[in-house]
Design a binder for this molecule. Structure first.
Ligand code: NI
Length: 183
């Protein structure tokens, strides 16, 4: 396994709609290795999610995992996900992105949604995600659609550099030692 380079905002691949993966391609050593490398890269970059376009592959694959004060999300590999909103209430909270380093901003996201897709072994995956998990899913799903969290902000007034975020805006009631807010 190897750690991949994460591309940053400005790279055209981040603005492309990614291609769906056929079951045949998904079972190939190349895609299975890509998934392994995405998982290792997510851990190395201290992210809670990573989408294939962020590592220069315009494919509808994302990995997610979180353990922390904002909630636990088990390790999940999402292939060809579709989402359906179950609760249109919008919750606003801070997000960051590995492709937009050193910045944080407040982003409204739907509270609850349904995810349908495949896992890495092409088994059908059905997931009802709520709260923080729903937020991370929407962030990664957006990457697969060529969007980033900046596109979803109501305005850019809350956009803040990381050190200023930690100094002025980090919620005191739920300190996050690792500061993991990146997808
Ligand atoms: Ni991201």
């Amino acid at each position: 396994m190897s750690i991949l380079k994460v591309c940053r905002l400005g790279h055209p691949v981040l603005r492309m709609e990614s291609q769906r993966v056929t079951k045949e391609a998904l079972s190939s050593p190349a895609i299975q290795t890509l998934i392994d490398n995405m998982l290792e890269t997510m851990v190395d970059y201290s992210g809670v999610g990573l989408a294939a376009p962020q590592v220069h592959h315009s494919l509808a694959i994302a990995v997610i995992e979180s353990h922390g004060p904002r909630g636990d999300i088990p390790l999940t590999v999402l292939v060809n996900p579709d989402i359906r909103v179950l609760d249109e209430e919008l919750l606003e909270d801070w997000e960051g992105c590995l492709s937009i380093p050193e910045l944080r901003g407040r982003v409204p996201r739907w509270r609850k949604l349904r995810v349908d897709g495949l896992d890495r072994h092409a088994n059908r995956l059905e997931w009802t995600a709520e709260g923080f998990a729903a937020r991370v899913v929407q962030h990664e799903f957006d990457h697969l659609m060529g969007k980033v969290y900046l596109d979803r902000m109501r305005d850019l007034k809350t956009l803040t550099h990381l050190s200023e975020f930690q100094r002025y805006w980090l919620p005191e009631e739920a300190p996050s030692p690792s500061g993991k807010r990146n997808g």
